[in-house]
Design a protein around this ligand. Structure first.
Ligand SMILES: Cc1cc2nc3c(=O)[nH]c(=O)nc-3n(C[C@H](O)[C@H](O)[C@H](O)COP(=O)(O)OP(=O)(O)OC[C@H]3O[C@@H](n4cnc5c(N)ncnc54)[C@H](O)[C@@H]3O)c2cc1C
Length: 418
């Protein structure tokens, strides 16, 4: 590595923004990404919109979403520091312009089937298109990449950091004067999920965002923030993949039917409105069911209101036949599920993890909080608990990752140039 190289660990949106920002200040930027090229981009591959403050309508986001309103909503998600919250909201106003400057395309609000949103801008072609645009912009600037290269160690050495990197059976060591850790939050590791979240929880995103490097840094003195057992989960189709199910396996039809557990007993959400989807609450509720599994049961009327699903529902003309197909007690189901006209449909459900409210503490430049640290920075979900520690607001993940990625990349470059 050239002496003025910033090494960025993780090629998700945060790492890409950090690499582009660092390179634009004149330093070399090298990205280590543990996933293969086809799966590059981390969880941003699955994302579709990001949250921006705007005081007037913009072509891609209608009406107004003031900084004051954004800040008030962010404060409800347990931001530990008001200054951090303000900075994020202020910087959110420039995210759309910055991404478009990298070749990312946005979707006009009145086109297609996207829902109305004055709080968020939608990506044309979705997250995968954004990821490819950012990789293209970074490559044109001269950022270099190593795929299938996992940083398995990071040690402070004289004048910087030495990363231990594995690529298949090969091992190498890379020195950098400044490092940006953008390896995502924990949760991708199934053992970690089992220990902190619960059994049978599926992962909606990238398995490679496994939190191992975060754990290692915590053991080496980086301060942690948040609660490893607090997370965002939604109901997903239990027949979906163990990881990377993305947004298509989410079960959206819960308001149109009834939920039962594996014993055929009715499962409800305390205080839920029948008209609202309560996506995030259902994830945790299903995780708490026996075996971490539940079933959405719909009659013909309810099914007519559901949106098309990636996996077809299980169907039967009689409720007892449906119970048989699901392995449920028919009598218990009939008692718990007073349904209307046949045919009947069911979706088996599990909880799907989106992210965990746990990460590393940082200062305003995204320098990780560790005694004497000047050259180790964090970006994206690994530093998310500096901004919110409970709940979620749609579009916050991408905005936070883009804002902290840019900040960390620029601060790391300045450190190298000084
Ligand atoms: C299904 C789904 C839908 C979502 N939809 C939205 C949305 O619409 N809007 C929104 O704002 N947010 C959304 N999010 C959240 C958003 O995607 C994330 O907040 C954001 O992508 C996080 O980016 P990141 O770069 O911090 O981390 P990640 O996306 O987790 O990327 C980390 C990268 O680091 C790599 N890596 C990990 N460890 C190492 C290592 N040791 N060495 C090298 N590389 C490593 C990983 O392979 C990965 O590519 C969604 C998330 C999911 C799962």
């Amino acid at each position: 590595m050239a002496p003025n190289t910033v090494v960025i660990i993780g090629g998700g949106i945060a790492g890409l923004c950090a690499a582009i920002a660092a390179r634009r200040l004149g330093v070399d930027a090298h990205v280590l990404e543990s996933a293969p090229r086809a799966l590059r981009g981390g969880n941003a591959r699955h994302a579709r919109n990001f949250r921006i403050a705007h005081e007037t309508p913009v072509w891609h986001t209608p009406d107004v979403y003031s900084a004051a309103e954004f800040l008030a909503e962010l404060e409800k998600t347990g931001c530990p520091d008001e200054g951090f919250a303000r900075g994020l909201v202020e910087d959110s106003a420039g995210v759309a312009e910055w991404l478009m400057g990298c070749g990312v395309l946005l979707q006009a609000p009145d086109v297609g089937v996207l829902p109305y949103s004055r709080r968020t801008a939608f990506l044309l072609g979705g997250g995968k298109a954004m990821v490819n645009a950012l990789y293209g912009a970074a490559a044109r600037l001269g950022v270099s990449f190593d795929y299938e290269s996992e940083a398995v160690g990071l040690t402070e050495v004289l004048g910087g950091w030495e990363a231990e990197v594995t690529t298949g059976a090969m091992k190498k060591r890379i020195f950098a004067r400044a490092v940006v850790v953008a390896s995502g939050g924990p949760g991708g590791d199934p053992d970690w999920r089992k220990q902190h979240i619960g059994e049978g929880v599926l992962l909606r995103g990238a398995r490679s965002s496994n939190g191992r490097l975060m754990q290692l840094l915590a053991e080496r003195g980086c301060k942690t923030l948040g609660d490893p057992s607090s997370c965002h989960m939604v109901a997903v189709d239990a027949r979906g993949p163990e990881d990377d199910g993305g947004i298509v396996t989410r079960i959206t039809a819960i308001p149109h039917g009834l939920v039962v557990d594996r014993h055929g007993r009715r499962v409800e959400l305390a205080g839920a409105s029948p008209k609202k989807s309560h996506y995030a609450q259902w994830g945790a509720r299903i995780a708490a069911c026996d075996g971490g599994v539940a079933f959405l049961i719909l009659d013909a009327h309810g099914f007519a209101k559901t949106l098309p699903a990636a996996l077809a529902p299980i169907r039967a003309d009689r409720l007892d036949a449906l119970a048989g197909k699901l392995g449920l007690d028919g009598a218990a189901l009939a008692e718990s599920a007073p349904l209307g006209a046949p045919p009947f449909f069911a979706f088996p459900m599990r909880a799907g993890l989106t992210f965990v409210h746990y990460g590393l503490a940082a200062d305003a430049d995204m320098r990780l909080c560790r005694e004497g640290n000047t050259s180790l920075f964090g970006a994206g979900m690994i530093v998310a608990p500096n901004f919110f520690t409970r709940g979620y607001m749609a579009g916050l993940g991408l905005t936070l990752s883009a804002v902290t990625g840019r900040r960390a990349g620029e601060a790391a470059a300045r450190h190298v140039l000084n």
